[in-house]
Design a binder for this molecule. Structure first.
Ligand code: KDG
Ligand code: MG
Length: 412
């Protein structure tokens, strides 16, 4: 199992995806996801220029050693570009190991700890009627847990609200199943924390009134609040029994969560922009969070995220792996295998990809009654169709950003 070839495939079926394909001398292939939303070419270059030459001739079976070699050997450690590149290699090697063993990757990780993975979807609307329709549509699709985002009165467009995204044909703004307006230059959105903090509890009160007390509800604050604002939001949402409040404060300041934690029992989730176990070290040790939000794709692959989750398990902290549409079907499959195997699985984010993406990536996972399962194919269970991927060249696309009413750039 010597690595013979490694190629980076950049394709944009419904959005951009960066995929690494490793081929061994005995003809096995493995896929890894290295998609970094809005910065895709940086990872392509990192892989092509700096990682691929190191892989040729290596033993594909030595996953741990390859991880340590790429991480420690680079001297320049951590960061989203490096860790997405390492993640792609790691996933591809697990895929190959599974195929060589004739087993799905979750079996190699210790076997299934459960029958399926509870998943949540993204409901959103500019106002309550639109939001309720979106929640009903998600329930009809089988979701048993729902993230709730709404427009805020007085703000024209807010990230995470699918229905305020207009079509590419009309506006030149690229819109896909991720509820974001993305474009060849970043789209500017507005933000007003006061208006948001006043509005969100009224939304959850209305949702509980309409859908009852049992439906697990989640909310994402997208890193926009100060510690005191986050504490206030967590407290004001307590009567509505959230499954979690996500990314309440910016990721660079882990101490902020001490203040939040000290004032609210609303469960906290964080980490979709974290890359390593060291980003989590303090907040796990101090028990400042309840859920680890990392994607396999952005946290050094299965090998490293497993390490984060095992550490989290010591403190009764569970997984809540990132799974929006910018995680490719390969990254989603890796998350599903890992989530099925670890004991401290919490919930899996799951947004459906578009039809073009599903044609590029042939997948073997199942979605039944609100639960995901990675399937029983050897490896990760995803194959890439080169004819389909070749139809969709890269399209530059940025995430949006925010400004306050006075023109100040606000936290993401
Ligand atoms: O690339 C950024 C998106 O993946 C992110 O904004 C989506 O916050 C998100 C989520 O929770 O899925
Ligand atoms: Mg998020």
């Amino acid at each position: 199992m010597i690595i013979d070839r490694a190629e980076v495939i950049l394709t944009s079926p419904d959005r951009n995806f960066v995929t690494l394909r490793i081929t061994t001398d005995d003809g096995l292939t493995g896929l890894g996801d290295a998609t970094l939303n809005g910065r895709e070419l940086a990872v392509v270059s990192y892989l092509e220029e700096h990682v691929v030459p190191l892989l040729i001739g290596r033993d594909a079976a030595r996953i741990e050693d390859t991880w340590q070699f790429l991480y420690r050997g680079a001297y320049w450690r951590r960061g989203p570009v490096t860790m997405a590149a390492i993640a792609a290699v790691d996933m591809a090697l697990w895929d190959i190991k599974g195929k060589a063993a004739g087993m799905p990757v979750y079996q190699l990780l210790g076997g299934a700890s459960r029958d399926g993975l509870l998943a949540y979807g993204h409901a959103s609307g500019r106002d309550l009627p639109e939001l309720f329709d979106s929640i009903r549509s998600h329930l009809e699709q089988g979701y048993r847990a729902i993230r709730v985002q709404t427009g805020v009165p007085g703000l024209r467009s807010i990230y995470g609200i699918a229905s305020n995204a207009t079509s590419e044909e009309n506006t030149g703004v690229r819109y896909d199943h991720e509820p974001a307006q993305r474009g060849a230059l970043p789209h500017q959105e507005d933000w007003d924390t006061g208006a948001y903090l006043r509005h969100v509890p009224t939304v959850f009160e209305a949702v509980r009134g309409e859908f009852g007390p049992e439906l697990p509800l989640l909310h994402d604050a997208h890193h926009r609040l100060t510690p005191t604002q986050a504490a206030r939001l967590g407290r004001s949402l307590e009567p509505f029994d959230l499954f979690w409040l996500e990314d309440c404060t910016p990721a660079e300041n882990p101490e902020a969560l001490r203040l939040v934690r000290g004032h609210t029992t609303t469960p906290l989730a964080i980490g979709e922009v974290f890359n390593t176990v060291w980003d989590y070290q303090q907040i796990i040790r101090e028990q400042l969070i309840d859920y680890v939000r990392s994607a396999v794709t952005h946290t050094g692959g299965i090998t490293h995220l497993r390490r984060v989750l095992d550490y989290a398990a010591l403190y009764q902290i569970k997984s809540g792996m990132h799974g929006p549409t910018d995680i490719s079907p390969v990254g989603m499959a890796a998350a599903m295998h890992l989530g099925l195997a670890v004991h401290n699985f919490g919930i899996q984010e799951y947004m459906k990809h578009g039809a073009r993406t599903d044609a590029v990536f042939q997948q073997s996972f199942t979605w039944r009654d609100g639960y995901l399962h990675p399937g029983e194919k050897p490896g990760l269970g995803v194959e890439l169709d080169p004819d389909e991927s070749g139809k969709y060249p890269y399209v530059r696309a940025y995430l949006p950003y925010n400004r306050l009413a006075d023109g100040t750039v606000h936290d993401w």
